[in-house]
Design a protein around this ligand. Structure first.
Ligand code: UDX
Length: 465
């Protein structure tokens, strides 16, 4: 594929009324094509269930026995809104199945989507071990009419090197087509994002293979979505650049929140006016305790690592990482200013997941913030509606309590770190009375300052002065 082209999918908008996050589940025979999805993680499961909902026949390969058993009984081994319903619906109508037998599963599949993790290695670069192992296993069973689609976030050049793995393993005469189709799903919103993407990015040199992937999406697309077709490397860089930019945008508003704290200006008013500029856009301008999640840091590290390997320095991308760490320290400083000294203080933390509507604590801002509080000699008691199980192994020195109100017991300061909706319905006057001193740092600006103050709190926001 030479130049980057854009066209619109969504041929069926008039045919399928939208009922919830995706198209109506169509009963009856499969209208689509046979697809395999390798990897039963967050991206793999949403992709497999989404394509089954479109009408394709999908087999998802998961090699972890325990996870596989859960999936085969229609249960998702983590919390993700709407996903379990989507999976059990398509298990029931026979368009989705799970197995651990990779070689048998890919036999006869037109497209094989690879959605395995590419975590950061010790040097910050992406670890492609899992991807390489799968490519080698596939090389011995693939036929040249099958298409490999890399959905995992992979470094620039990976598509080409996977193609080389196939050529070196018996496919030199009839090369296997490899298409990059990076995903842009947000945790907690993944099913919605799958059915209503901002755009679909497809990178590949085989026009036929790219057309096949377009067809796979078009079958169920209900909105006219831009489909960008380009080469493998461009698609790979689009993914890293998009995540780096999103993290930068959040980091910028977090820094601005700090400045607004010192100037008495309301950062949300600034953000709202900024967002009205079409070149800026309103999304991802909500200040918080710092961005987290399994992707931003990983992708920024890979991007800056790629640049360094080519003797480039991405000063801004590097600053996004260091500014985020500085922002965690800024949150701790807010609590210290409210109570004087952290040593011997009791801090009640509300929210541990890296954001609401997920149980995921990967790279959550709660982790460095709590560790800094503990290092300063504070005692920390914490509650999260979904992340308690994960928290016990990640922050063992924190006392995990059973409800939001319990974090107030004898506390000197409350810290709201995750924007769970239930934290907007807290019994604030009861909590204020349970505390040693009724201080609260609301890093997500969840509460109405006047209401919190009326219930007796010394209330500190994030940028609303
Ligand atoms: C991100 C990208 O959004 C997604 O496109 C990509 O596929 C994976 O990485 P995710 O990590 O699931 O998705 O969550 P996201 O909603 O982007 O939030 C990331 C972090 O930024 C969270 O800690 C969130 O609380 C924070 N955030 C987000 C803000 O602090 N302010 C905002 O306005 C938005």
């Amino acid at each position: 594929m030479g130049k980057t082209e854009v066209e619109f999918g969504g041929q069926r908008a008039k045919e399928i009324a939208m009922s919830g996050p995706g198209p109506k589940s169509m009963s009856g025979p499969v209208k689509g094509i046979p697809i395999a999805v390798v990897g039963g993680g967050f991206v793999g499961l949403v992709t497999a269930a989404g394509f089954a909902q479109f009408g394709h026949a999908v087999v998802c390969i998961e090699n972890n026995e325990e996870r596989l058993k859960k999936l085969q009984s229609g249960h998702v081994p983590f919390y993700e809104r709407d996903l379990e319903k989507l999976i059990s619906e398509n298990l029931h109508n026979g368009r989705l199945s799970f197995t651990n037998d990779l070689e048998a599963a890919v036999d006869g599949q037109k497209a094989i989507f690879i959605a395995v993790g590419t975590p950061s290695a010790a040097d910050g670069r992406a670890d492609l071990g899992a991807l390489g192992t799968i490519a080698e296993s596939l090389a011995s069973v693939l036929t040249s009419d099958q298409v490999i689609v890399i959905k995992s976030t992979v470094p620039v050049g990976t598509g080409k090197s996977i193609q080389a793995v196939f050529s070196e393993n018996g496919h030199s005469k009839n090369p296997i087509a490899v298409v990059n189709a990076p995903e842009f799903l947000r945790e907690g919103n993944a099913v919605q994002d799958f059915f209503h993407p901002h755009r679909i990015v497809l990178g590949g040199t085989s026009t036929e293979a790219v057309e096949l992937v377009k067809h796979i999406y078009r079958l169920g697309m209900t909105d006219p979505v831009p489909i960008i077709t380009t080469n493998n490397e461009t698609a790979e860089l689009i993914k890293y650049s998009s995540n780096a930019f999103l993290a930068m945008k959040i980091g910028f508003i977090n820094e601005l929140a700090g400045l607004c704290d010192s100037t008495g200006i309301d950062v949300l008013e600034v953000a709202r006016a900024m967002g009205m500029d079409g070149r800026i856009g309103p999304e991802f301008l909500d200040p918080g305790p710092g961005w987290g999640g399994s992707c931003f840091r990983k992708d920024l590290s890979e991007l800056t690592g790629l640049a360094s390997s080519l003797d480039h320095t991405l000063l801004i991308a590097r600053a996004v990482l260091s500014a985020n760490e500085q922002h965690h320290r800024y949150v701790v400083e807010k609590a210290r200013k409210l109570i004087g000294s952290l040593d011997g203080a009791t801090i009640g933390v509300l929210g541990l997941a890296f954001k609401a509507n997920t149980s995921d604590m990967r790279d959550s801002p709660a982790i460095p913030i709590i560790n800094e509080l503990l290092d300063a000699g504070a005692k920390v008691q914490a509650y999260d509606p979904q992340a308690m199980e994960e928290a016990r192994s990640i922050i063992p020195n924190v006392s995990c309590v059973d409800s939001a109100i319990d974090v107030a017991a004898e506390a000197d300061c409350l810290l709201i770190l995750t924007e769970w909706q239930e934290f907007q319905m807290l019994d604030l006057s009861k909590m204020a009375k349970m505390m040693a001193t009724p201080n609260i740092v609301d890093t997500r600006n969840l509460l109405v300052p006047e209401v919190a103050k009326r219930h007796g709190f010394n209330y500190v926001s994030m940028g609303q002065a």
